[in-house]
Design a protein around this ligand. Structure first.
Ligand code: XUL
Ligand code: CO
Length: 450
């Protein structure tokens, strides 16, 4: 009944009556709800902007984040939402979200199981709720052409996961988590998801005083192997990802950064099955730059997807702000353009894992936030494409390492030499003379492209 009334409201005016479909109006537009740079079908380096960028919206931030903080309750106005954890209310949110995707021209979305469907009175009812909402999402996808970039399971919000999920000290909690992932994976598969993410919610520890780290890591690896095996059984061929983050909610997360994730995947023979989903704010919390994390993942052939947001240098936590820094977006897109041997994203995309500030509580602020992020990345893409096309950075870096292209350098790279041979070689040459690294010259050159 409630659902019918809400749907009637939608037919009358839409859930975002103050916002019409966002159009590309070019850089001179003064319309705050128009794209100045993101022109979805415009070709950049031979491919449409929408196919380069593969923007995704996060169901959790758009539909479920009330914008609360530790000092105050949520401020977000969501007139369609009755605030209940009912299945009816969950079903009401689906067309709201798809109207948002349609009007903002975002082609993909991502969700946790518990963002889209509530826990039931029993565990079986919880699964049934997800199946019901999955049908609704499927219908909405078919009606709109929108696609699922990735799905995931929320293994961190419910009190049963307070001490971890796959790394909990309780085997029954592990079993619940496994059961939850089975269903989340099947929902993702039913929706044609291009990927499935494991972000290590509470897979970490608050203190080592009560923790068997080795055992917990072994369990996490078993868990991921089971997910990979189940994907095979049900025919899911999407890409699995791990999303690194150093802390929050745990004091120490096992997936602390790209290097830690890669080491874990390699140690447990999972590197063929999982790539990394790198998030800007997480990179910063790990004491790295986003560029560093992307390069670490990429060097291992494991860069898969990106959670696009930003942190705040004055605040030490995961603020999940919308990306606006064009310099950073250009540096990110430089790396995306070079992914997968120059193909860019294949399964991945730019998911706005970002939320409005608590002060931006009106529904239309969702649009301002995403339009700004999309325009910032559109500019980043165009800048990056010019840099790649000009080739001056690539030439400089190639020339910097040219001594490894032939002679003794080539022998070092191919493993054809040893310490004795290099000792004789070093004794026979003049002391090495270095060329300048020219960091400042290159920083100036980068600014020229902006
Ligand atoms: C948490 C975070 C998650 C993952 C999905 O910081 O980034 O929302 O992206 O679980
Ligand atoms: Co994220």
């Amino acid at each position: 009944m409630v659902q019918c009334a809400k749907q009637f409201l939608h037919i009358m005016s839409g859930y975002f009556p103050n916002v019409s479909k966002i159009e590309f109006e070019g850089p001179d537009s003064d319309n705050p709800l128009a794209f100045r740079h993101y022109n979805p079908d415009e070709l950049v380096a031979g491919k449409s902007m929408k196919n380069h960028l593969r923007f995704g919206a996060a169901y959790w931030h758009c539909m479920r984040n009330p914008l609360g903080d530790p000092f105050g309750v949520g401020t977000a106005l969501m007139p369609w939402d009755d605030g209940s954890e009912s299945l009816d209310n969950a079903l009401v949110r689906v067309p709201v979200f798809f109207e948002f995707l349609e009007k903002s021209r975002i082609d993909y979305y991502c969700f946790h199981d518990r963002d889209v469907s509530p826990e039931g009175a029993t565990w079986a009812e919880t699964h049934a709720n997800l199946e019901r909402v999955t049908q609704e999402l499927k219908g909405a996808q078919e009606g709109s052409g929108k696609k699922l970039l990735w799905g995931t399971a929320c293994l961190f919000a419910h009190p049963r996961y307070a001490q971890g999920a796959a790394t909990a000290p309780s085997a029954d909690v592990f079993a619940y988590a496994a059961s939850q992932v089975k269903h989340a994976l099947e929902a993702t598969h039913a929706l044609g998801g291009a990927g499935y993410v494991f972000w290590g919610g509470r897979e970490g520890y608050a203190s080592l005083i009560n923790t068997d780290m080795k055992r917990e890591l072994d369990h996490l690896a078993q868990f991921l192997h089971m997910a990979v095996d189940h994907a095979r059984k049900i025919g899911f061929t999407g890409q699995f990802y791990i999303e690194p983050k150093p802390r929050e909610p745990s004091t120490h997360q096992y997936d602390s950064d790209a290097a830690a994730c890669l080491n874990f995947l390699r140690e447990y023979d999972l590197l063929d099955h999982l790539k990394l989903n790198i998030e800007t704010n997480h990179a910063e919390l790990a004491g790295h730059t986003m560029e560093h994390e992307l390069d670490v993942a990429s060097a291992a052939g494991a860069l898969g997807s990106i959670d696009a947001n930003r942190g705040d240098q004055l605040i030490g936590w995961d603020t999940d702000q919308f990306p606006t820094n064009i310099y950073l977006c250009a540096n990110i897109m430089l790396r995306v353009l070079k992914m997968n041997g120059g193909q860019g994203f294949t399964t991945g995309g730019l998911n706005f894992d970002a939320k409005r500030r608590r002060e931006s509580h009106l529904p239309e602020d969702l649009f301002h936030a995403h339009v700004g992020g999309m325009d910032a990345f559109a500019r980043g893409l165009k800048i990056a494409a010019r840099i790649v096309e000009d080739g001056r950075f690539d030439e400089f870096v190639k020339a910097r390492y040219a001594s490894f292209d032939s002679g003794v350098g080539a022998e070092i790279e191919s493993g054809a030499t040893d310490l004795n041979a290099l000792n004789s070689y070093a004794l026979g040459i003049e002391p090495p003379v270095l060329d300048s690294g020219r960091q400042e010259m290159l920083e100036n050159l980068l600014n020229d492209y902006l």
